[in-house]
Structure formats: C-alpha cells, structure tokens
Design a protein around this ligand. Structure first.
Ligand SMILES: Nc1ncnc2c1ncn2[C@@H]1O[C@H](COP(=O)(O)OP(=O)(O)OP(=O)(O)O)[C@@H](O)[C@H]1O
Ligand SMILES: [Mg+2]
Length: 261
C-alpha cells in the first residue's frame, strides 16, 4: 500500500475571529484525482492556498510527498519551516487560479520560462525548449510570442496551466479555473485537464462548480461545508445517492442553477 502524497492532519485556519478550518484531516493518494465541491465560503480555496503555502496554518500538520510542509526536522524535533524549506516544498506543487495571473509584460513563452530559470537555475535554451513542449501540449505553441493581452480567456488559462507545469510538480491544484470564462471557452480548458489526467500520473486536486466535469474527472469527491468534509466518496455515489442532507441540498441548488451533474 503506497503512502498518501498529501496528508493533512488536524489543521486549523483562522482569519482574525473567524475559524475557517477547525481540525480538518484528509489524505490524497499519489496519482489520485480529487474534486472538492461545496457551498461558497466552505473553505475550498483556503485548503488549496494552504497547500500552495500562500496561507499559514494556525495548528496541525501537513505532509507532502513524505516531508512536512510547514515544519522541518531540526535537532531531533520539529520546528517551523524556514523560507528555504517552503521554497523547496513549493516546487512539488503547481496551482492554477480562477484569474490567470499571467505576467502582463512578458510574452507567453517567457511567462513559462521565468520560474524554472529563476528558481531552478535552468538555462534559457532548456527552459524554452520545455516551454514549447508544454505549449504544444495545451495547444498554444503558435502563440508563444504573443502577449497575454492578445489572448482569449481560455487561451490565457491554458498558458497558466502550462506555466504551472513548468516546474514539473507532482501535485497540481486547480481552483475554479473555468468559472471566469465565457461558456464557449470552458471546454478547451477542460480538455487540457482531461488530457493531463489521462496522460500523466500527477496528483490533481480540483475545486469546481462544474459538477458534470467533477463527475467524469474525479476518482473521489469531497463535499465541504463550513470547513468540514461532510461526505466523500466515488462520483456516482455522491452525485446519484448523496447520504447527507447538506449534500442533497447543495446538489439540488447547483442543478437548479443549471449545472449538469
Ligand atoms: N484573506 C481572508 N481574510 C478573511 N477571511 C477570509 C480570507 N480568505 C477567505 N476568508 C474567509 O474564509 C472562508 C472560506 O473561504 P474560501 O475562499 O476558502 O471559500 P470557498 O469554499 O473557496 O468559497 P467559493 O466557492 O466562494 O470560492 C470564508 O468565510 C471567507 O470569507
Ligand atoms: Mg473559492
């Protein structure tokens, strides 16, 4: 039995007086495709941002790929991770956001080469060759020299995916990556994610309101409410036979709002 690639143990996250995650624990196996669903404000983005070290935790432990994320071993004990440790751990994880956050003054190719050259010291020629492979994979090779402002939303998001892949992460996090897109552009981005799921053994965590996509893509669905996992299971079980009242209510609402399940 392999060990989990992500192990979240009893984490607490507060914003001032607000406790967003109150003793959350969960594990993700290597290669697993996980969809996080749940109402607005339930903590889905917070979990991804914590894994990406964009937010600090107030308690608990997280292990990524066999190593503590926010702690490190020192003199036989665990101490808070320093910036160098966080930097090293960050390379294991890539994240794609709802709003693409591309560097506006860099062309598509340079958006992708920047991090590998700066953080890993990869030579320009090698970084550019890899960028072109990734752009080819997301169907954007012909736009390598374009500026972000010249791209459609779907194209920007495909570049953002290529950029996140450039550091060869073991884990990819996707936070509502299609929800800012015009409907006709959604499918081209979902197709890239389908391809990644099919052709790589990356572990993928997806936050989405696209229930149809979550159903097809995920090995396991986690339904969150108020910072807790209310229900989890295989897509067919969660979507066809949700056991918990709160899951049923949520699914009724998203279906009423026109989302396909
Ligand atoms: N920087 C912040 N400062 C204060 N409160 C925050 C901050 N970020 C998030 N929160 C609060 O934490 C809770 C969880 O937010 P989070 O963004 O994780 O929810 P979500 O499940 O991603 O929701 P949505 O589906 O709307 O994206 C919410 O109550 C939110 O208002
Ligand atoms: Mg969110």
């Amino acid at each position: 039995m392999p060990s989990p690639i992500i192990h979240i143990d009893n984490i607490i996250k507060t914003y001032g007086p607000l406790t967003v995650l109150d003793g959350l624990s969960m594990s993700v196996m290597p290669g697993e495709k996980l969809a996080l669903i749940g109402p607005s404000g339930s903590g889905k983005t917070t979990i991804l941002r914590i894994l990406m070290t964009l937010e600090k935790i107030n308690g608990g432990h997280i292990e990524i790929d066999g190593e503590q994320l926010y702690h490190m071993q020192k003199a036989g004990g665990l101490v808070a991770a320093d910036e160098r440790h966080l930097q090293k751990m960050r390379e294991k994880i890539g994240m794609v956001f709802q709003h693409f956050n591309l560097f506006p003054h860099k062309c598509v190719r340079d958006n992708i080469t920047l991090a590998p050259m700066l953080t890993k010291g990869i030579a320009r020629a090698a970084a550019e060759a890899r960028a072109m492979e990734l752009l080819d994979m997301v169907g954007m090779a012909d736009k390598a020299k374009s500026m972000p402002a010249q791209l459609s939303g779907g194209q920007k998001q495909r570049v953002a995916i290529a950029r996140a892949l450039a550091l060869s992460p073991k884990i990819m996090l996707f936070d509502e990556v299609t929800s800012a897109l015009d409907p006709e552009l959604v499918e081209e981005v979902l197709n890239v994610m389908r391809k990644l799921a099919a052709e790589t053994d990356m572990t993928m965590l997806l936050v989405t309101h696209e229930m149809g996509f979550a159903h097809d893509f995920a090995d396991r669905i986690l339904f969150f409410d108020k910072g807790r996992i209310v229900e989890e299971g295989k897509p067919d079980d969660i979507f066809r036979n949700p056991r918990q009242e709160r899951t049923q209510t949520f699914l009724r609402k998203v279906i009423a709002a026109g989302h396909r399940v």
